[in-house]
Design a protein around this ligand. Sequence first.
Ligand code: NAD
Length: 508
Amino acid sequence: MSSLAHPRVAAASAAAVPYWIDGRRVAPHSARVGRVMNPSTGDVLRTVPLADAADVDTAVRSARAAFPAWRATTPLRRARIISRFRELLDAHQQELATLISEEHGKVLLDAMGSVQRGIEVVEFAAGAPHLLKGSFSESVGRDVDAYSLQQPVGVCVGITPFNFPAMVPLWMLPVALVCGNTFVLKPSEKDPSASIRMAELLKEAGLPDGVFNVVHGDKETVDALLAHSDVDAVSFVGSTPIAKYIYATAAARGKRVQALGGAKNHAVVLPDADLAFAADAVVGAAYGSAGERCMAISAVVAVGEAGDALVSQIAERARTLKVGPSLEHGIDMGPVVTAEHRARIVGYIDVGVAQGASLVLDGRGITVAGYERGFFVGPTLFDRVTPAMTIYRDEIFGPVLVVVRAESLDEAIALVNDNPYGNGTALFTRSGAAARQFEQDVQVGMVGINVPIPVPMAFYAFGGWKQSLFGDLHLHGLEGIKFYTRTKAVTRRWTADPAVSPHLPTLG
Ligand code: NAD
């Protein structure tokens, strides 16, 4: 009997996760329901409503109604509310991380770190009045000045993935709100609870009702959001096929859209690198959060004689990783998010073996004592993988690392550039010249030099290239401010009124 077919329900907490609309918890109109699992135990933790078009309409209407007053609230006042939200997130970081760890399966320390990275975007947003200043040109003509205004877009929607239930929404919502927009969040239905807690904290911070709303759901919900005529902008983060769909659908309906997709991030290791350091870094980046990170390293390109030593050092370290329940102390790697996802990952490992890659470490069939129904996959390492193999081409999104051998830096860069994704990449070397060539030539949005997961700080923008992002503007940083504002150029003439200032020259 599979845990998928007959999940146990944790009776004490099998409550329904509510929506958040108009500043309060709201029950659904829709009768459709999903299940929120505890991936460590295989139990159903909660149920989650899957919004229909009527639920979506209620949320969007609330955001639309709140827009005029929020837009008219001064940027300073908006920023103060965001600052207060940051303080509350600090105070509730552990509580949020525990919810995330429980529903997602990442270990608590990792969840804490992800909330911290989200808080940094809130910190950035609190300084936004400086970035909303616009520009001014005095006397572009006689009595004429020209200037620009940065005005909010309107009702903005965020559709976010399961793997960062607080951090990815926080890449969007503080920036959107501080710019004067109202917001409807549709978080992943797999781990929706953190979004409701953040909504409560926003209210406690002083955010007016209706400015921030949350509905839960799936494709039907997303389609209702994309079809809604009162939605002005859509930010999406998730897998590439859905990102492409969101981009095409929302843009065709005249909405502003940024849609971040999947990844296959390569770490290139040159023979001159500190191999022990590179192996440590790669193990953390490949297996942390069970590989369910959009910036995880999922492919290593070992150049020249780096190969054998690197593979054995990675294997040696990965073998020691402790796999177990996410909230238990001392665990390095928790389960993956669902039983279906585990089955998919195991299927990829089977295909890798069938296609002739060399399986150095096999994470299939792992059981954790006391947690036999959990969705665990152990660290898995393939060597001598070729670019034609499925395990190289596809985003697996699990603890599966593939090693490809290359003869030179040029060949390694060509491999990275041939890959359809372009989210993140890293180079390990002691050579400044090699590093410079890599950062200049590589067709990827976020680059690390001896840094395995080069997630940009909040004051830089986050985003990939190629199939990892559809749209023009990345998230947060100045690009986030640009996405969530519309520029208005004003050309203004003030001619002295002779009745008021008789001595000043008049027009013409
Ligand atoms: P997903 O694409 O399955 O889901 C993302 C969101 O879209 C969820 O809210 C989901 O409910 C919704 N959705 C799912 N199917 C849909 C459909 N057919 N039509 C409309 N909406 C739909 O992604 P996921 O499994 O939740 O997250 C993992 C993926 O997200 C990975 O591919 C990962 O690389 C990617 N990701 C990318 C980044 C980035 O910054 N580029 C960051 C995090 C995650």
